[in-house]
Design a binder for this molecule. Structure first.
Ligand code: SF4
Ligand code: SF4
Ligand code: SF4
Length: 732
């Protein structure tokens, strides 16, 4: 570790100098600390600032008493007193006109190496500050960088974090070139004492009977700091409504059960989401600005797979609810209603629970045991299930008479088809293919397979066909990779596994010639955007070509089958479908939103269940969506306060071992990854604010930070020292 003490006067920029050097060291991969100590708060008073940097994490928050090196911003401060604690062999960088040899001859200084730079003159002729108060910190940053063996460009790049340009850069370069150092050997046995005793002096607020009453300096402030948790971007975006920061905070303490308990407040399917969610939260994670987003999805999987939580439903309520469809929305709705004490009957058309999670997501992404574990937790709440029980329009009307409410979550049942000519026996729907692949009732061994589509079903079908021994599998998609709705990681995996993708390509017809089947295709180009904002694919005349094809798998979209619902029903997220004299019907999941992900369906199922609960009980459990302005984005986080940490990724099955449906991702070995979470906008009791407040007006009470506004002069140091934007200034 290197520790540097900086001596200057209030207003000269000593603290900023420490921060510039810290930011530059941080850019070179070091852990850093930079902070100031303000004795008197007036301009011109002596102040000290400190800089620590190390290749290991730094845990010492104290002032520096035995520095390795000193930087002195003001020639008038040069005196033996500032040498206190300086380690033998350390250097002293002085801002002065004199050569280092001038000081080297002096007895006390002779033990150290002296470097001098006329930073005042450099600052003045580069127009930094005024002639009477020149700002010397950027020139000294250039000189110090040279003495520290740092890359000058790292320092200059760090200037941008402080809004320094032009003359500051010139000053740093000039000082880098001009700094001179006198090498001296330390005198044998020479070692200086700390400048001040360790520990704190008596508090100025502990007055005694004879002392004058303290001055309420807080009355002078026109702004006051406010301590208030804000919204982490991961929480804001998660469609399931998960408290991501909250469960990660529990994992940092290795409280796996508590982490799972937090997840189960919102989603009953953490082991599922921890495997198949596209990871919306990770796309918004502020840690991306450092080494990459926190691997939230893998941590959610860890909590789901390893946590143990026993959920006790509330006492039984009088109302009974029929839930139609045991996919993610139906299961989520049933779970939340059962937890709240409602009698729930779940109607499922298929032979097993899980919907497309079971029939449409291959086991190499979502093994059955993980799905079953999450579903069992729901069933343990007392949910009654009726499998092989399809519900059509008439049956739904009957249920609306027998139950107090119906929650309809039948998903997207209508499959989009294409006429590819006479040989349609060689065409399978993607969803149907995946279900038959699961049950072993289809074989594609040795066949040339063409999958049409760009969504997750297309990717899953292609990768499944590849595992089932197809001769060649290729995907054709009408648009480009940019427009592809499939999860990007899954597309990459498919390509790595040997699946070819023809972009800007559309199928026309299957034909058979001399016993060989081919699929005629045509090339496309992108035109103007359609209603959904995606550029419309247009056929290029005369661009036809043929590819070998024994079978086509169509995965070009699904739609909701609304024939189930009452005639003229209006679908809305705000209110149910009301019918005179019978129970309301709450549509949920893809039937309502067509968002197309398990995560969004889980969130919608919960939302509708809580809306239904509010109708029956008057109790509102649905949280208000936080305002977008309350979301703490990376520009508000003090990224330079955080040490670098390598990202933990899941172990992945090697490509050479992917011939079966064995799960590809093997999960994390532990929860170390959670420690990379920055806790954006949420106080994690680091107490930097308490430590650095120059007036000592903050104190912690339990989880809260309390300000003594009588003595807070509104300097804002707590705001700039809070790493995670929990404190902000408000006009007082
Ligand atoms: S660092 Fe943590 S709190 Fe911040 S966005 Fe990422 S996961 Fe959420
Ligand atoms: S469900 Fe998806 S978006 Fe939500 S926390 Fe889990 S991985 Fe992130
Ligand atoms: S500095 Fe630390 S303790 Fe203080 S408000 Fe910020 S996160 Fe909380």
């Amino acid at each position: 570790m290197i520790e540097i003490r900086i001596h200057g006067r209030g207003g000269q920029g000593g603290v900023t100098l420490a921060k510039i050097l810290a930011a530059a060291e941080h850019r070179e991969g070091k852990s850093v600390q930079a902070f100031g100590v303000y004795a008197a708060e007036r301009s011109g008073a002596p102040v000290q600032a400190y800089l620590r940097c190390d290749s290991e994490p730094i845990h010492n928050p104290n002032q520096i008493y035995e520095p390795d090196h000193l930087i002195v911003l003001d020639p008038t401060l040069i005196s033996p007193a500032i040498l206190a604690g300086l380690k033998p062999g350390g250097w002293i960088l002085l801002n002065c006109e004199k050569a280092p040899e001038h000081y080297a001859a002096q007895a006390r200084v002779a033990a150290f190496r002296i470097a001098t730079i006329n930073a005042t003159s450099i600052a003045v002729h580069n127009g930094l500050g005024s002639k009477t108060v020149p700002i010397v910190n950027t020139a000294l940053a250039g000189a110090a960088a040279r003495l520290l063996g740092m890359n000058l460009e790292s320092v200059i790049n760090a200037f941008s974090e402080f809004g320094f340009h032009g003359g500051n850069i010139d000053a740093a370069r000039e000082a880098w070139d001009a700094v001179r150092i006198q090498q001296q050997e330390p005198a044998p046995g020479e070692r200086h004492k700390p400048a001040m005793p360790r520990g704190r002096g008596p508090s100025i607020l502990n007055g005694n009977s004879g002392a004058p009453s303290p001055i309420h300096t807080g009355q002078w402030a026109n702004q006051q700091p406010v301590w208030e948790d804000a919204t982490p971007p991961c929480n804001f975006i998660c469609p399931a409504g998960n408290d991501v920061q909250g469960f990660l905070a529990e994992l940092t303490e290795e409280n796996i059960d508590s982490a799972l308990e937090i997840l189960l407040q919102t989603s009953p399917l953490p082991s599922v989401c921890g495997r198949v969610c596209p990871g919306f939260c990770m796309t918004q994670c502020n840690r991306s600005e450092l080494e990459g987003p926190v691997n939230v999805r893998a941590l959610e999987r860890y909590a789901g797979d390893h946590g143990e939580v026993s959920i006790q439903p509330q006492k039984p309520r009088a109302q009974k609810v029929a839930v139609i469809g045991a996919g993610p929305a139906g299961l989520s709705g049933a779970y939340h209603l059962a937890r709240l004490g409602y009698g729930v009957t779940l109607f499922e058309a298929g032979a097993e629970l899980g919907g497309l999670m079971r029939t449409g997501i291959p086991a190499y992404r979502l093994p059955r045991e993980a799905l079953d574990r999450d579903i069992d937790r729901i069933l343990k709440l007392g949910v009654e299930t009726l499998i092989n029980t399809p519900v059509d329009h008439d049956y739904l009307q009957t249920l609306a008479q027998e139950y107090d409410a119906v929650l309809a979550a039948t998903g997207l049942q209508r499959l989009t088809s294409l006429d590819l000519g006479l040989d349609m026996r060689r065409v399978l729907q993607g969803i149907e293919f995946l279900d038959r692949a699961r049950s072993g009732s289809v074989s594609v061994r040795g066949e040339d397979i063409v999958v049409v589509g760009g969504g997750n079903t297309a990717i899953d079908a292609a990768r499944s066909a590849h595992r089932m021994g197809a001769h060649k599998v290729r995907i054709i998609y009408r648009r480009t990779r940019n427009e592809m709705p499939a999860i990007a990681e899954e597309v990459d995996d498919a390509i790595d596994e040997g699946i070819g993708i023809d972009f800007l390509c559309s199928p026309l017809r299957i034909s058979r010639d001399n016993g060989k089947r081919t699929l005629s295709c045509q090339r496309m180009e992108l035109g103007e955007p359609d209603e959904g904002g995606r550029r419309r694919p247009l056929a290029i005349p005369g661009s036809g070509f043929e590819i070998p094809c024994d079978r086509v798998i169509l995965a070009i979209g699904q739609a909701a089958d609304l024939s189930l619902l009452p005639e003229d029903a209006t679908l809305s997220r705000e209110r149910p479908i009301e019918q005179k004299g019978i129970a309301p019907v709450y549509p949920a999941g893809d039937l309502l939103t067509n968002e197309g992900t398990v995560t969004a369906a889980i969130g919608c199922g919960r939302e509708m269940a809580l809306m239904l609960h509010e109708r029956f009980s008057g109790e509102s459990l649905l949280e208000e969506t936080p305002a977008a302005e309350t979301v703490v984005r990376a520009d508000k986080i003090r990224l330079q306060h955080f040490e670098r940490r390598d990202r933990h990724d899941e172990n992945v099955l090697p490509l050479t071992e992917r011939q079966s449906f064995s799960e590809i991702r093997h999960g994390l070995k532990n929860v170390e990854e959670a420690k990379r979470c920055l806790s954006c906008g949420v106080c994690n009791s680091c107490d930097r604010c308490v430590t650095y407040c120059p007036d000592g007006v903050l104190r912690r009470e339990g989880r809260d930070i309390i300000f003594d506004y009588d003595y807070c002069k509104g300097c804002g140091v707590c705001v700039s020292e809070c790493s995670r934007a929990v404190i902000y200034m408000k006009a007082g």
